[in-house]
Ligand binder design. Structure first.
Ligand code: CA
Ligand code: CA
Ligand code: CA
Length: 240
């Protein structure tokens, strides 16, 4: 009976953590090349330096004081050097450029705890339209347990493998599609409302679109012919 129970427990653990493959890089790897992170060939980069998001990427955030997205633009930009009203400099949270992304609707790190509905830190979701085969992101200042979910299925803690929690740089988290999860459609970091987490250098390899969106309406050849005929008639009548 005990063996059966243990067997069931192991099955549960396996299925719960069986979605996609995780590779982790600790803070000592901060700023290494994309190739070192496993991104070569064709892939997309989102550096969070402007409001526009890269190809087929949507952002959403759910906090205790509101929600935003999914959208292909950010609602606010974060300035790590000057954006903290308490004067803290968060520039160490950038992997590229001068900006990172904060898990708050207003992108203002208040730097202290508050009651529910006040703290405002939230869970973020990155959506990859048409799916991705690999996704990676840098993060910092994760101090309270957070969970990573792919397509809504938990991959376990945000701090695992070579990555430990703490107030500094935490590391780089890579998720690769595998037999259990052939397409990464959403990556959610479900975190505590009192914990600021800073993200940067989101890399992703897109899967080919199986149903590419149809572009602008292009008239069929027959329509052109009809249009030409109508114009021709008008022109002929005006001539007379
Ligand atoms: Ca950046
Ligand atoms: Ca951008
Ligand atoms: Ca924090």
């Amino acid at each position: 009976m005990q063996r059966l129970w243990i067997a069931l427990l192991l099955c549960g653990l396996t299925s719960g953590l069986g979605a996609a493959t995780v590779t982790t890089f600790g803070p000592a790897s901060w700023g290494v090349s994309d190739a070192t992170l496993g991104f070569t060939g064709s892939y997309e980069t989102e550096d969070f330096e402007d409001l526009a998001l890269a190809n087929r990427l949507l952002f959403s955030i759910t906090a205790d004081n509101g929600a935003y997205g999914p959208s292909n633009t950010l609602n606010q930009l974060f300035n790590p050097a000057t954006g903290d009203p308490n004067g803290a400099n968060w520039s160490f949270t950038t992997w590229d450029g001068t900006r990172s992304l904060l898990n708050r609707l207003d992108q203002i790190p208040v730097g202290y705890y508050g009651p529910p509905g006040f703290s405002g830190y939230g869970s973020v979701t990155f959506t990859f339209t048409g799916g991705a085969s690999k996704v990676g992101f840098a993060f910092s200042n994760n101090e309270v347990a957070a969970t990573v979910l792919v397509n809504g299925v938990s991959l376990g803690s945000l701090t695992q493998g070579n990555i430990a929690g703490g107030s500094g740089r935490n590391g780089y988290f890579v998720i690769s599609a595998d037999a259990t999860t052939p397409s990464i459609n959403t990556v959610t970091i479900s975190s505590n409302v009192i914990d600021a987490i800073f993200y940067d250098h989101l890399l992703y390899q897109l899967l080919p679109m199986t149903n590419p969106p149809t572009g602008g309406e292009v008239p069929e050849p027959g329509t052109w012919a009809l249009l030409g005929t109508s114009l021709g008639v008008v022109w002929f009548k005006r001539r007379r």
